[in-house]
Design a protein around this ligand. Sequence first.
Ligand code: 13P
Ligand code: SF4
Length: 329
Amino acid sequence: MVKKEWIEKGYADEPVEEGTDLRKEIRRMCAEKNAVLLAHYYTPREVQECADFIGDSLALARKAAATDADIIVMCGVHFMAETCKLLSPEKKVFAPDLNAGCSLADSCRAEDLKRFKEEHPGYKVVSYVNTTAAVKALTDVVVTSGNAKKVIDSFPKDEKIIFGPDHNLGSYINSVTGRDMLLWNGGCHVHEKFSVEAITQLKKEHPGAVVMAHLECKGPVLAVADVKGSTAVMLKYAMEHDGKEYIVATESGILHELQRQCPDKTFYPVPPEVGEGTVGCMCNECEYMKMNTLRKIYNTLRYEWPEVSVDEAVARDAVKPIERMLELS
Ligand code: 13P
Ligand code: SF4
């Protein structure tokens, strides 16, 4: 039975009996209920270690579309669980904590995008996957940072495009494709905090290190990076190249998988620039991703709550641009 206080809190806040081996119990319930646990690279290390599959946004979307499990527990943020539901409507999709949002997704409200589209007739809308289902429903094709260039390159050269909500990613894609897309002015509060100064300082201490930056970082940060891309791109690069040291400008959760895959290499997380007006947590962590805990996952499986749903009419339109992305990438 779902308790009223859980609904208020957004997660099943039930104490767990002392001595419970959460990881073992989670795995037991997954087997019993034919559930699959998907986790993003930014979630806490114990969550990544307990998951069936870890990946970047693109890989998680692909996995959600392909799994034959009856239940998906999406350990990430809310838009990722929505994407799972859109791609697998017949499955039950759970998110361990409904409060796990995304500052980037929040920077683009569907009603604002709708108005912007009306002001710019004839434009195609390309949206980053970090958006609500309602925004995706107004979109022609979705992209992730792992496939944005490829998807944009698939449009005719003279296509008029609105790109949102990440301004940094949009500027970067404009620069590498020679496009002049109209950019939404949104951003991620974690990636916006990385600075050239912090990277320069680390580079002084480790002159031979390769600098890797996520495409959500600001233009000047991307300009000094040797490797620019999604979390999966960074991981692939570190696994396939000889470099022994890496300076990493993205959410620090990725360091767990980097270190696991490359135990003989050293990774230095870039500290954030903390200044006046800084919002959210004062670190290179996404507080939303860190809301995924073993206890919440355990309770989610036990009580099969909270379930993520998408309005049917919204879902009908929102799934199309995601499927289009999967076809193109
Ligand atoms: P990836 O697509 O690289 O996994 O990024 C997701 C994200 O939320 C970055 O902040
Ligand atoms: Fe959203 Fe930024 Fe967190 Fe990624 S790191 S989920 S973009 S708030």
